[in-house]
Structure formats: structure tokens, C-alpha cells
Write a protein that binds this ligand. Sequence first.
Ligand SMILES: NC(=O)C1=CN([C@@H]2O[C@H](COP(=O)(O)OP(=O)(O)OC[C@H]3O[C@@H](n4cnc5c(N)ncnc54)[C@H](OP(=O)(O)O)[C@@H]3O)[C@@H](O)[C@H]2O)C=CC1
Ligand SMILES: CC(C)(CO)C(=O)C(=O)O
Length: 316
Amino acid sequence: MKILVAGSGAMGSTFGHVLHKGGHDVTLCDKWDENVRVTNSRGLVITDVDKVENSPLKMYYPHQVQGEFDLVLFFTKSMQLEAMIQDVKHLVTENTKVLCLLNGLGHLQTLQKYFDDKHILMGVTVCTAKLLGPGEFLLSAHSNTEVRNIDPSQEAACREVVKAFNDSGMPMTYSEDIAYSTWRKACLNGMTNSVCALLDVNMRMQGQMDQMRDTVKQIVSEFAAAAALEGVNFDVEQFTEWSMQFLQPSFAGIDHYPSMWQDLVANKRATEIDYLNGYVARKLKEAGQWAPYCELITRFIHGKEKALGIPYTFVQ
Ligand SMILES: NC(=O)C1=CN([C@@H]2O[C@H](COP(=O)(O)OP(=O)(O)OC[C@H]3O[C@@H](n4cnc5c(N)ncnc54)[C@H](OP(=O)(O)O)[C@@H]3O)[C@@H](O)[C@H]2O)C=CC1
Ligand SMILES: CC(C)(CO)C(=O)C(=O)O
């Protein structure tokens, strides 16, 4: 399969590397100058769980990419998705599928502004990866990714993508209900990414905190209220239980500092909060309801961004 990775940070580069090892023709692109420069001069270095590997893959700026692709895999941060779509949309031809594996809510609507549903595959992943520096990334676990086609007629094409990832050693399942999967993953991010970023802890440490299940349940219940407004219904107890398992030692990425911690604490960059807890607080406010935990968390994250002098654009 000919694959373009649009956004080659920790997740994009490591997925690209594994798919390349699986025999696919992978092109990486990114707009971060240092990343492109270091990858092309010194080479891309990927730690694939416990093995340090030198990847022969080169990295391009989006405007340099040419050719036709079977799959465009979007792996930017939420704030960069629309700009990246604008940069690569001309590469999406009749048979190209676009797959969005970003964390966060509202990305399908962004993709639908540019692509017909027959091109769009949506997904979520519980893989964990870390940016070690430009051109250097760690994939700490090959955990599961769920995907599904948006246009019902495209199931066979989506299942081909599922097969390609699985055959490359990147576990992928066909989601029975992608809106449900997306909200479930958003609950996980809403209860751990923001909390770990605020408290400067990893997921193992968060799991050891007193009354964490009660806190998680409160956050999940606010996500459930917002999801219901979009016609997605789920059981709060079940999603709380599902989310809590990622704070237990049985989760392969347990020592992982979530991507929002990496942005805010390690790299002093703007966070995806407005696409997670901020999205929920906003949706409920618009409906005349209140999400006290999500609203407070969002204010604190933006407060910390401001205190650190990080420029961000508040998403209305
Ligand atoms: N890391 C993880 O474990 C997981 C992440 N995700 C999700 O995957 C998506 C991608 O995340 P991830 O790969 O971790 O993100 P990264 O921060 O590793 O990279 C994303 C993009 O951010 C920019 N960037 C990163 N660091 C810098 C820097 N120091 N200076 C300038 N630009 C920089 C680059 O794009 P540009 O130059 O265009 O700004 C890069 O392509 C997100 O939606 C995330 O929530 C999902 C599951 C797990
Ligand atoms: C919570 C986690 C680790 C799950 O993969 C994640 O999505 C992230 O770090 O952003």
C-alpha cells in the first residue's frame, strides 16, 4: 500500500516506520523544520518498544510531496489538522482513503469540509509514543487501533487497511460503531491527559492517587452528557471501568506520560484541551448545562499555557 503520513511526530513517525517494515511504501511529511532537517541529515531513529532502529525513511515538507497514495494517515495535533488537510488535499484522488487517528472530538466535521465521506476512515488508537527529539521517537507499545469507514459502501476498503496494519504488526480492529469508539477514547484522554499534564505525573502515578475512580467517573459523566447531545449514548460505569484499566499496571504503556503532558510540561507547547475537556464544557454550556470538572480542568490547562508564555488560539 502507498501511504502518506501527514504529521510525522511521535505517532506519525513510529506508525510510518512499522508500516514500512511491514513492506508498505511510506512517505513521511511534517512542517516542523528541525524534524525534517534532522531526519534527512542524520536519519530517523525509532525505538520500537525495546529495539533502537535506524529507519531509511526520509521526511518531506507537505508542499514537496508528489504522487498518488492509497492512504493518507493524518497524525498532526488537533490544532494543526485543518492546515495539514489544506496542504495535502490535492494528493487525495479517486481511490485514496484518508485516515484520522488524532485524539479529540470534532475531527470528522473538519475532514468533511474537504473530503467526500467515501474517502474518510475515522479511528482511535491506544498506542503510546513519545517524542525524544527531532527525528527521534519512541513507540512504547503496539496497542490496539480501531477504525471504520464513514460511507457504508467503503467497508471492504476499510478492511483492507485493517489487514495492512495487522500484517505489519500494528494491531487494528474494525469498529462496530466509530462514534462510540471516539467518545470512549475521548473519555480516556479527558481523564488522564489533562490530569497528568496538570499534576506532572505519568499514568501509573495517577492510578495510585486517592479517590481517582470517583474523579474519573465525574469526568466521564460530563463526557456522557455532551455525547448524548450528539446522539451518542454510553454507560458511565462501563466507560469509567474501561478508562481506569489504562491506569493499572496491566496496561503496556503504564509508565507513559500522556501526549498532553509531553506538550505542556516537556515541550512547552499548546495543548489539545479544547478538543477534549474544553469541547465537552463548551457543548454543555451551549445547551444550558454545566460541566464543572471539564470547565475547571480546561481553565487550569489554559492558565498553565499562559503562565508558561505559550501562545494558543482559544477554540470557540
Ligand atoms: N503520543 C501518544 O502517545 C499518543 C498521541 N495521540 C494523538 O496523536 C496525535 C499526534 O500526537 P503526537 O504524535 O504525540 O504529537 P507530536 O508532538 O509528537 O507531533 C505532532 C506535530 O507537532 C509538531 N511538533 C512537535 N514538537 C514540536 C516542536 N518541539 N516544535 C515544533 N513543532 C513540533 C509537528 O508538527 P508541525 O510542525 O506541523 O507543528 C509534529 O508533526 C495527537 O492528536 C495526539 O493526541 C494518540 C494516542 C497516543
Ligand atoms: C492516553 C493515551 C496514552 C492512550 O494511548 C493517549 O492517547 C495519549 O498519550 O495521548
